[in-house]
Design a binder for this molecule. Structure first.
Ligand SMILES: Nc1nc2c(ncn2[C@@H]2O[C@H](COP(=O)(O)OP(=O)(O)OP(=O)(O)O)[C@@H](O)[C@H]2O)c(=O)[nH]1
Length: 386
């Protein structure tokens, strides 16, 4: 059986490896996904702490105990802060650093003033368990719930964290039951071997969990970028057109309708207020339109200042009502973001068409486009059926 010192050296080497893997992630990932920087630093701290613990008796106590304890608890605080950043909340540096410094001060006292190993173990394991439990609950509470998102990375990480918390709990109970004054924390007792081996394995599982969660977040970001327009955050044209194709393929069981919306005289906005204001107006229009649509009514950017909406299970009369509602919403929501400038009045023209049996997507789109053209010819700011 391996003795605690060997296990600690193995943990140090593996943590260093995990730190390298996390640090080797492209800079763009670390900048874009909160938490990555904290978790790579945490693994470096685990590697440092383990190395210092492993050298106990060979290097001064200040390094193998005081500094090692600081790095050990510091790494857990970094994991916590990383979790908060990953889920887009402030990292709470002050509270985390404060708790680590307080625990270290107490452990310093219980070494230099009163040498009580059991008390040090209780202090270390209590804070470690509390911070890890906090992180585990964060992961469980804030994990993504969308049906297309993976659950495994989050459940695996939280599961490993909670087992680690339970092991710390066992260590606390053991220290309370058998307080051996001034003993050696590297002694090859069954609880030490159990603690150091499971803790090492779990530290690696947790860092694998970081990589899985970062990977899931990156995948979600990439999918979002592929399916959404970069400027307005509406769907891309391809996504809504693909959805419309599937509606057509589903057959004539339920009617489906398309709306094509075009901002009236948008060129004037660019010419009179500049391209940047034009961009802001486009974003504003999308916000107003999305506010007037249900979650199952996707809005896509069809081209420059033209948008498309798919209305599933909606006949022509209802689609015309939706179109009229959107037209009125936009007309009642001038863009007011231009500083001191007067609000920018906006109107849209809308073409509506309901899919006919045996019609191709191209024919359906062409009828909708013709209806939009008619709306423009009829003086704009109106809804026309195709
Ligand atoms: N700011 C900005 N302008 C865009 C963008 N995409 C397209 N445009 C502008 O949208 C304007 C569209 O102008 P036109 O097609 O002439 O149509 P319009 O002025 O809206 O007039 P009608 O459609 O006939 O009412 C052009 O000036 C394009 O440069 C964009 O992403 N940002």
């Amino acid at each position: 059986m391996l003795d605690p010192r060997s296990i600690i050296f193995i943990l140090s080497a593996l943590s260093l490896l995990m730190a390298v893997v996390l640090f080797a992630m492209p800079r763009s990932v670390r900048e874009r996904v909160g938490g990555a920087r904290y978790w790579s630093s945490a693994m470096l701290m685990v590697a440092t702490a383990s190395l210092l613990y492993g050298l106990r008796g060979m290097i001064p106590d200040f390094f193998s105990l005081t500094l090692a304890n600081f790095a050990g608890l510091g790494s857990i605080a970094l994991i916590c802060a990383g979790g908060r950043c990953f889920f887009e909340r402030p990292p709470r540096h002050a509270a985390l650093l404060g708790s680590v410094l307080l625990a270290n001060a107490l452990m310093f006292y219980f070494f230099h003033v009163e040498d009580r190993l059991a008390v040090r173990v209780v202090i270390f394991s209590s804070l470690s368990a509390a911070l890890m439990a906090y992180f585990g609950l964060d992961v469980l509470r804030h994990r993504p719930r969308q049906p297309d998102r993976a659950q495994f990375p989050y459940l695996f990480t939280a599961g490993s964290v909670f087992i680690d918390v339970a092991i710390s709990g066992l260590r606390i109970l053991n220290a309370l039951a058998m307080p051996t004054q001034g003993g050696d924390f590297l002694a090859p007792t069954p609880i030490n071997v159990l603690y150091f081996s499971t803790h090492s394995l779990l530290a690696i599982c947790i860092s694998v969990g970081f990589i899985l969660m970062l990977n899931d977040r990156l995948h979600a970001l990439l999918m979002h970028q592929l399916s959404h327009d970069a400027l307005t955050n509406a769907y891309t044209r391809r996504i809504v057109v693909d959805m419309a194709t599937r509606e057509l393929a589903a057959g004539a069981r339920k009617p489906a309708s398309l709306l094509l919306l075009d901002i009236d005289h948008f060129k004037r906005v660019n010419d009179e207020r500049g391209h940047q204001t034009g961009d802001e107006v486009l974003k504003h229009v999308v916000r107003v339109l999305i506010g007037g649509l249900r979650a199952n009514e996707p809005l896509g950017r069809y081209g420059g200042e033209e948008f498309i909406v798919l209305l599933r299970g909606t006949d022509l009369d209802t689609a015309l009502q939706v179109g009229e509602r959107l037209r009125a919403r936009i007309a009642a929501s001038p863009y007011r973001g231009g500083g001191d400038a007067d609000p920018q009045a906006i109107t849209v023209s809308i073409g509506v068409a309901t899919a006919r049996p045996d019609e191709t997507l191209e024919q359906w789109l062409r009828r909708t486009d013709t209806a939009l053209y008619d709306a423009k010819r009829h003086g704009r700011n109106c809804v026309v059926a195709g």
